[in-house]
Design a protein around this ligand. Structure first.
Ligand code: AMP
Ligand code: MG
Length: 414
């Protein structure tokens, strides 16, 4: 079964308030095997609310409204759902008494408006709210002849969360057939989104019960797999099989299958081989070192390095021969190679990495445009040097350079 979430409140349409409730609800629904297929945010307008409610009720089995259950003029959820579902509202005397008692306990006279919070849709069960005055509502009913579960929940997260967890989830669990979701994320380095998708689509299309989403993120392609089945084992099995087939196709471009980052994987590999690493970075200005050392325990394999930004530092601290810089320029294949080999010698590490490039926006020449990067990785016997032309702004170019350097180290260790 699928669910649709509707967040209500004009504040959620401004840049200052985010709909965080739907993330919480999605996570909880997934534990029941329920997939969220639509989410919308609607301002406090009755006409818009009725329209979005009708669309949701017509296409989705579980519809969750949240927000707009307060006592004020702009709290319109009860009335709008009542209109959309053609279920009249009835003022519940017990709820009303409860509301009066709640105010009396705080020695405040209840404003007239609050009476509306005792209005319940015909056939709905009221959901007590331990944290506030707005009770929620649960409807196990029909819309246009089809069975629906509909929930009305308060907007404040500290009210919504316990209500959903303690009152809605158990009801859903009881009503829904058992269904399990298994997930897996494959991460692919240094391959375009297009190529990755054209190679993997023929495979993932065969698995109808696994939803595959391809995302390009942080200079890597991520394949998110989500399988649904009636047992956890079956769901897991489906996802594992697909993951294996995809790995066979994409080969060593796949660097991670359990959510690990590239720097984490490089760390594992270095430890496994009891190898050490040192780096001489120019255009990345320390980003490579920052990423490597963001992993706890990296001191076991990362010895250190030099941010050799200035040519004098390349010569003085990394031992790059001055002639190389003079002949080829600092951004060149031979200098990248000399940086990698020089820093390896100076630090006495297993591997040495050299990074040089033009991050821009200035500094480009006719032969050397912004985004040109050379990266070298050496193990003392063989030095691999790669030349790339990265698109984008300074930040992106530097990120891609660090990504390529990490991936080259990973490949050197395969
Ligand atoms: P309500 O009175 O039910 O409309 O909710 C009002 C309060 O709950 C405001 O502080 C809102 O910013 C907050 N709120 C409402 N909806 C959400 C949401 N979807 N995610 C996070 N906070 C919300
Ligand atoms: Mg509101």
């Amino acid at each position: 079964m699928n669910a649709e979430i509707i967040a209500i409140g004009s504040e959620l349409l401004t840049p200052f308030h985010q709909d965080t409730n739907s993330l919480f609800i999605t996570e909880k629904l997934n534990t029941l095997g329920v997939e969220v297929t639509f989410k919308s945010v609607v301002g406090d307008s009755r006409a818009n609310l009725v329209s979005v409610a009708r669309i949701a009720l017509a296409r989705t089995d579980i519809v969750i409204f949240m927000g707009g259950l307060g006592p004020t003029e702009d709290d319109l959820t009860r009335e709008s759902v009542s209109e959309a579902m053609r279920l009249p509202l009835k003022r519940d005397p017990d709820l009303l008494a409860d509301l009066y008692a709640r105010f009396a306990a705080r020695r405040i006279k209840m404003p007239e408006n609050n009476q509306r919070q005792a209005d319940v849709l015909d056939g709905a069960a009221s959901l007590p709210n331990a944290k506030g005055t707005a009770p929620g509502q649960w409807i196990d009913g029909q819309y246009e002849g089809r069975d629906k579960f509909v929930m009305l929940l308060p907007g404040p997260p500290y009210e919504l969360k316990p209500m959903f967890e303690e009152q809605c989830l158990p009801r859903l669990r009881e009503k829904l057939p058992p269904l399990f979701i298994a997930t897996r994320t494959l991460k692919v380095a240094m391959m375009g989104e297009g190529e990755c998708d054209s190679r993997s689509a023929p495979i993932y299309r065969k698995y109808e019960r696994v939803q595959t989403t391809v995302l390009f993120k942080h200079g890597e392609v991520q394949l998110h797999l989500r399988g649904r089945a009636s047992t956890a084992l079956e769901a897991q099995d489906m996802v594992e099989k697909l993951a294996e087939e995809l790995e066979d196709e994409l080969g060593d471009h796949v660097f991670s299958t359990a959510g690990e980052s590239l720097e984490q994987i490089v760390g594992y590999f270095l430890q496994m081989r009891t190898a050490t690493l040192a780096v001489a970075e120019s255009c990345t200005g320390g980003l490579f070192s920052q990423r490597i050392t963001s992993i706890p325990g990296s001191s076991r394999y990362f010895l250190g390095g030099v941010v050799s930004y200035d040519d004098e530092i390349k010569k003085l601290l990394v031992g790059v021969p001055p002639m190389l810089i003079k002949e080829h320029g600092a951004v060149s294949k031979p200098v990248a190679q000399a940086l990698a080999e020089g820093i390896r010698r100076k630090c006495n590490s297993t591997l040495g990495v050299g990074i040089t490039g033009i991050a821009g926006p200035g500094g480009a020449t006719d032969e050397k445009p912004v985004g040109l990067v050379f990266i070298a990785v050496t193990d003392g016997r063989v030095t691999d040097v790669v030349e790339r032309q990265f698109p984008g702004d300074r930040e992106r170019i530097r990120w891609f350079a660090s990504q390529l350097a990490l991936d080259m180290v990973r490949r050197k260790l395969l």
